[in-house]
Design a protein. Sequence first.
Lengths: 416, 416
Amino acid sequence: MPDATHDPARRSWVPSANGHPDFPIQNLPLGLFTPPGGGAPRAGVAIGDAILELEEALPDGTLNALLAQGAPWRRALRARLSEELAEGSAAQSRLALRLHPAAACTLHVPARIGDYTDFYVGIHHATAVGKLFRPDNPLLPNYKHVPIGYHGRASSIIASGTAFRRPAGQLPRPEGPAFGPCERLDYELELGIWIGPGNAQGAPIPIREAAQHIAGFCLLNDWSARDIQAWEYQPLGPFLGKSFATSISPWIISPEALEPFRIAPPARPAGDPAPLPYLRDAADAAAGGLDLALEAWLVTPGLAAQGLPPHRIADSNARHMYWTAAQMVAHHSSNGCNLNPGDLFGSGTISGPERDGYASLLEATQGGREPLKLASGEERRFLEDGDEVILRATARRAGFVTIGFGECRGRVLPAG
Amino acid sequence: MPDATHDPARRSWVPSANGHPDFPIQNLPLGLFTPPGGGAPRAGVAIGDAILELEEALPDGTLNALLAQGAPWRRALRARLSEELAEGSAAQSRLALRLHPAAACTLHVPARIGDYTDFYVGIHHATAVGKLFRPDNPLLPNYKHVPIGYHGRASSIIASGTAFRRPAGQLPRPEGPAFGPCERLDYELELGIWIGPGNAQGAPIPIREAAQHIAGFCLLNDWSARDIQAWEYQPLGPFLGKSFATSISPWIISPEALEPFRIAPPARPAGDPAPLPYLRDAADAAAGGLDLALEAWLVTPGLAAQGLPPHRIADSNARHMYWTAAQMVAHHSSNGCNLNPGDLFGSGTISGPERDGYASLLEATQGGREPLKLASGEERRFLEDGDEVILRATARRAGFVTIGFGECRGRVLPAG
């Protein structure tokens, strides 16, 4: 339940925090950063335009050990920092010595990601993509029973702001495949879910305990090479069409910060099957969803050269997830698979039901057939070299202070 | 080229090494073990029935840093140990103090596996499984162009000898899925490939350099829940049907030890497409294959109770791989995906062309329709609780000493 850390009247002695679109004192996300002077990465908390350096030691230079602590540690840290960063705190003079200007710091992928799993819980995405291939029967028969997911590549996950090369691969051609730079490069707007304590192999996490294993959330851009993917993915699923790069926002937004923005997941339409018992929990059914605005913006070389603002290419919301984060955790471990602190889940593309919410170019341009028209006069079927995609997430609710995730940015470099 | 370390006349002062089926002085594989007295895991080399403890420090308690060293370090270590462990070596008295009886040591998964990828290069397996679903068109159109693979789960990889629980999951039923213990539990006989130095993101490994990034080989049992897999795998591939457990043999057999057993990969039948240039290399085409006998054996509670020997359930050979290990490395990195030291590849099931070489029960029992009959009077369509599968690999060639991989064992515990 919302507590004093969510009090909208609480303001910080860090002036930039008050009214900050992402990091007011009601957010306090954890991250891994290198301060302006360099040195080993350390733990920090975002507050306005600053980063407060924590005193916690990081034995392996990552936040894994902190993610393993679980909710009691996280709640205690949040309560303490909320008080110490509040206006009038006696801790101000002590903490001010550990503040760094965020713009001069380097933010890292916060944890050593042991395993990365990408789900497919955006039902409007699954439907829209399915329609491109199977107009009469877009959703496969398992979709409303199984939180579909697949193992992704952990090594190529990069922090926001890291540019990446356009991948090359086998491209389907009428005369047979040819190897060359991807011609259908796409983005996907997803929610990332950081795993906390986790479970031992052979000991599944019951759905009623699943939420305790979620350490936080981020934005995730599942860059996709549609041509490579289309040719390679039968019968074992996406592989090189995905594993060249996945961008994440560096701040871990805690479940506690998001408490005021919890909602019931969307009601299942009449006729949809009930979840099997191992995926059913009253608390999750009541508040397992998130009201979180999700947006994707495109910056092209043409827009930038003409001084034009970014073009919004998707306007969606995390409420469109068919399965909750807790259901993903319970399902993933239901076969005995062990989840570890620092594992990362992607939600899958979270598209809205209408065209403006389609959260990949594959959907928004109908497979490239209906290009986007930009104010610069440019058109986009897929991403071109120099294009940058910016993801944003914002939680708003009357009576509470708005919080955001910070940006997830990534730019396409030419093929090598 | 074979050198003095392969000399069949070289014998060891460790008596059990001479004539040892797996670990004569010509093998010298690297592993991670805890000695009988306990303590931190350390690096060792198998020699006969003993383990020679190495002096190399392991900063993070794994072999990752040694795998990162690459071929020059590996070759120098091999040459030195081959001399020091040879009969007549002046090093005998010094090294004898660092020998441990292998049977009293604990062997571990040797590296922190950053990412695990499972390929599908056993063409007879792909054909046999494809026939079960598509009798007229068993191989998909991409198979002979693309070394098909998918991302696997690294966390649930376990060392030989670790038992695991039968997984539960969603099982397809005529009236809709039900959650329960897997009823079609299977094994898969695969070759594992350990990655050495690796590449930076965005910098693919050319095929001519790919072999330099292979640190060694092991056996891999890709346990598979066929019922869970069949229901979940569309459209994103295998997930919980695989991620409950994957067993590997603990010794890393070096490329140098296997040099005498190199062969040309199987000639592509007339009409098969030539590999695209990024997968083509003269040295790889001449000697990228391995003549390595691969076997799977089944021990059931009934066989054990009656004192009967294990039943051989597959008799195959690594020569049946359609793509070479170097082609897997070049393909995997071709999109810019970064491979890291300690990453693991599975080959995919390596079946032979005939029934006795079918290296999964799915194939050997034709999807459970034709049960195996055992000397104990038992039948097996799929694995039952208490069953144990043992994988073995043996390299033999006239004029050279036979070497083996050591066993990869795993036993099925009842569902939790």
